[in-house]
Ligand binder design. Structure first.
Ligand code: MN
Length: 498
């Protein structure tokens, strides 16, 4: 997927009949102009579709029903050009199942001080019209983003663009099928969770498949299919493999081809594996998983379906943006106070979308799993802004923890470390940041991204209705503990509010 233009966001303007046909004609024309400007903005990833101005409860209700039943409509931009008495919105908003953003803007940026008269005042009423709309959204306990500022301002368009990417992520999760090859790693807690509740909350379905079913597909892979993939290996990576290991390379290609076929045939967009259940697979799928992730599949190791789904949703959200997104694990620390950092990696499965330069294809033994030496690509990650996101099941709710970090270069070469890796310094620093993460119950597995920002994740979390705990440059432990405690009470009571 190279573009998000297949998804529509409807530009919906609220008004009322009170103003008469002349004013309403002007409202319609102004709305159309804004919608068209947003549609062609480089900061807006989706198609923005103008809808005629809404003047009655019936029109509002109908547009909400139409949005619900239009598959490629991923949400609404709502704008009150004039005053739209908000009891008219109760039925529609109550039915609306798509996310919406409240754009609190005004057609004219400036007050024409010398010319302003009551006609101007009556046409440009967003300042109070938007408040009336805001009240009913709050009264109905509707989660939404509010973007304030002139519609031509870059910041306004960027924030709408961020919200749209989150809405695309939500749409992806609603329709996602997650395939689990084998079950959870035995006795591991955080990768477990309530799959029924997850389907209720996010829409995705999560189902298990016998590894034997996958092996049957792997066995059908032909030599010609293997040749083609091996040729891609030589093209895509620095190919540092001795002739003795070519059988292992071909086996890796066979596993990759079989997995891809299985996922394509089942319509899966995310998957999990576990090294404890590889019966009939000759090596732990390393490069196969890396390449499937690079193609856009979500992945979670050791049966981690929550992270697999999150990686997929975030990859789709990041479509067309600079920087990659990968499954990740906080692996090892460098605790020198002069330059403390985390080294993130996994046994093998890190996505080459975050690679700095051309990855190196290598074969090395692996102590875990008791299989043949697995094939993998090895690389470092370039410095920049990053984040780790973790989705955990708290028993009575899902919690999203989003921790921003500075991605840094390793202090030195790592000639003996045969896995892809990335180093980062958690915000606000390693002691406060990691303390907060651990207090929040954040997993060791994460979805790591250098393409998305905390704002994308906040918008996404808001739309799903789950708990959001950011850790950033402003985090302090006493405040963070307070947030955890208040959230505990809030989520217990929140169900009674709606
Ligand atoms: Mn792991």
């Amino acid at each position: 997927m190279n573009t998000l233009k297949e998804f529509e966001v409807w530009f919906v303007t609220g008004s009322q009949h009170l103003y008469g046909p002349e004013t309403l004609k002007q409202v319609d024309a102004d709305s159309k102009q804004i919608a068209e400007a947003l549609d062609v903005s480089a900061d807006i990833p989706c198609k923005v579709v103008f809808k005629p101005v809404l003047k009655s409860p019936e029109e509002i209700t109908n547009i909400c029903i139409e949005a619900n039943t239009t598959p490629n409509c991923i949400g609404l931009i709502t704008w009150m050009h004039t005053f739209s008495p908000a009891k008219m919105w109760i039925a529609g908003l109550s039915l609306l199942q798509k996310p919406f953003v409240h754009l609190h803007t005004q057609f004219n940026r400036d007050i024409p001080w010398a010319e302003i008269d009551m006609d101007f005042m009556n046409l440009n009423q967003s300042a109070h019209g938007g408040r009336e709309f805001g009240f009913i959204c709050s009264r109905l306990r509707k989660n939404r983003k509010v973007v304030v500022g002139h519609w031509q301002e870059a910041d306004v368009q960027q924030r709408l663009g961020v919200w749209m990417r989150a809405a695309v992520g939500l749409n992806e999760m609603k329709n996602m099928k997650v395939c689990r090859f084998g079950d959870n790693m035995r006795e591991v807690a955080v990768t477990e969770g309530d799959k029924v509740e997850a389907q209720k909350q996010f829409g995705m379905s999560i189902n298990g498949y016998g590894v034997g079913d996958l092996v049957a597909v792997i066995k059908k892979v032909t030599d010609a299919q293997i040749d083609k993939i091996v040729a891609e290996y030589k093209e895509d990576y620095q190919f540092k493999v001795s002739d003795n290991n070519m059988d292992l390379i071909r086996e890796s290609a066979r596993i990759e081809c079989g997995m891809r076929t299985f996922l394509e045939e089942g319509g899966f967009k995310a998957f999990t594996t576990t090294f404890e259940d590889l019966h009939g697979i000759l090596q732990l799928p390393g490069l196969a998983v890396q390449r499937l992730m690079a193609e856009g599949y979500g992945f979670g190791a050791e049966g981690d379906w929550k992270t697999a789904a999150l990686v997929r949703a975030m990859k789709v959200m990041a479509t067309g943006l600079e920087g990659g997104t990968s499954f990740m694990e906080d692996y090892t620390y460098h605790l020198d106070p002069a330059g403390a950092k985390v080294l993130g990696a996994h046994m093998l499965e890190v996505c080459p979308s975050i690679a700095d330069g051309k990855p190196s294809l290598e074969v090395h033994p692996l102590g875990i799993g008791g299989k043949d030496d697995p094939v993998r690509v090895v690389f470092n990650t370039a410095a920049g802004d990053g984040l780790n996101a973790s989705l955990v099941d708290m028993g009575n709710r899902f919690r999203m923890i989003v921790h921003t970090c500075d991605v840094v270069k390793p202090d030195a070469d790592l000639p003996k470390l045969p896995v892809a890796r990335v180093c980062w310094v958690p915000k606000p620093d390693i002691k406060v940041g990691v303390s907060a993460w651990i207090l929040a119950g954040g997993a060791h597995h994460t979805a790591f991204s250098m393409a998305l920002t905390a704002e994308h994740m906040e918008d996404f979390t808001e739309m799903t209705g789950i708990e959001y705990l950011p850790i950033n440059e402003n985090t302090t432990i006493p405040e963070f503990k307070k947030d955890i405690r208040t959230n505990e009470v809030y989520y217990m009571l929140a169900k009674a509010l709606t």
